[in-house]
Write a protein that binds this ligand. Structure first.
Ligand SMILES: NC(=O)c1ccc[n+]([C@@H]2O[C@H](COP(=O)([O-])OP(=O)(O)OC[C@H]3O[C@@H](n4cnc5c(N)ncnc54)[C@H](OP(=O)(O)O)[C@@H]3O)[C@@H](O)[C@H]2O)c1
Length: 244
């Protein structure tokens, strides 16, 4: 995988899980343009833009996460900005949802975030600084039919961010949650046309989001300008979840 370490002063070691496509890749490009040292996890071999370090990891497997962190630390130094972004859906109505449908989504989306955060905070505590920006979903606060598993996994991220804020806030570490609405990626392509139409009716902005519109907010939350924001839940959804 391509690895170009920038020499820019102040360049931070940034790691994004599931950064080989979709929202994660947009986030990686945004940090790269900012002059940071950017690494992403991927599961199967993938083409990455020049300058982004790819490390193989499955967020359901703690050993692969540890190996990926060691690679990133060797190349870029301890991770200072972590974006738990990897996620899956297994949508089906409650009555048809098996326990495995539920636990497998929780394991990837929520426990996966816990695994990488726990691994990253070791280094952040030594650095006495760090930024964690979790990619949740408006489904976590708004709910969605067929997404009992997914919504639960995304709502759980709020509890993680707020508890980390209370545990580690005094050590210069912030933890925030971004709740994207509908974003034009592969994940959204899996949704049926009927459901897409229904989603659109709920969006005051009357359009879906580009991945870069999520990435810009992530990059800003990890910047010095956002140094006093922690435990926040920030919808980026064209107004869809207002008041929730
Ligand atoms: N698209 C939307 O409308 C939308 C809305 C709200 C929130 N989100 C959230 O935004 C995040 C990114 O979504 P996206 O739309 O960019 O999805 P996507 O295009 O389907 O990409 C998902 C990413 O997660 C990775 N991933 C999935 N399971 C993994 C695992 N066990 N270990 C490591 N990586 C794993 C995938 O890796 P592989 O390439 O190896 O599969 C891929 O890089 C997700 O957490 C999603 O829930 C998306």
């Amino acid at each position: 995988m391509t690895n170009v370490v920038t020499d820019q002063p102040g360049a931070r070691s940034v790691l994004i899980t599931g950064g080989n496509r979709g929202i994660g890749l947009a986030i990686a490009k945004s940090f790269l343009a900012n002059g940071d040292k950017v690494a992403v996890t991927y599961r199967s071999e993938t083409e990455l833009p020049e300058g982004i370090l790819g490390v193989q990891a499955d967020v359901t497997d703690a050993a692969s996460i540890d190996a990926a962190f060691k690679e990133v630390e060797a190349a870029h130094g301890p991770v200072e900005v972590l974006v738990p972004n990897a996620g899956i859906t297994k949508d089906t109505l409650l009555m048809r949802m098996t326990e495995d449908d539920f636990t497998s989504v929780l394991d990837a989306n929520l426990t996966g975030a816990f695994r990488v955060i726990q691994r990253a905070t070791k280094g952040m505590m030594k650095l006495r600084k760090g930024r964690i920006v979790m990619i949740s979903s408006v489904s976590g606060i708004y709910g969605a039919p067929g997404q009992v598993n997914y919504s639960a996994s995304k709502a759980g991220m709020i509890g993680i961010a707020r508890s980390i804020t209370r545990e580690l806030g005094a050590r210069g570490i912030t933890a925030n949650v971004i709740m994207p609405g509908v974003v034009l990626t592969d994940m959204f392509n899996e949704v049926s046309d009927d459901v897409k139409k229904k989603y659109m009716e709920d969006i005051p902005a009357a359009r879906f989001a580009e991945p870069s519109e999520i990435a810009n907010v992530v990059r800003w939350l990890a910047s010095d300008e956002a140094s006093y924001i922690s435990g926040a839940v920030i919808p980026v959804d064209g107004g869809a979840s207002m008041g929730h």
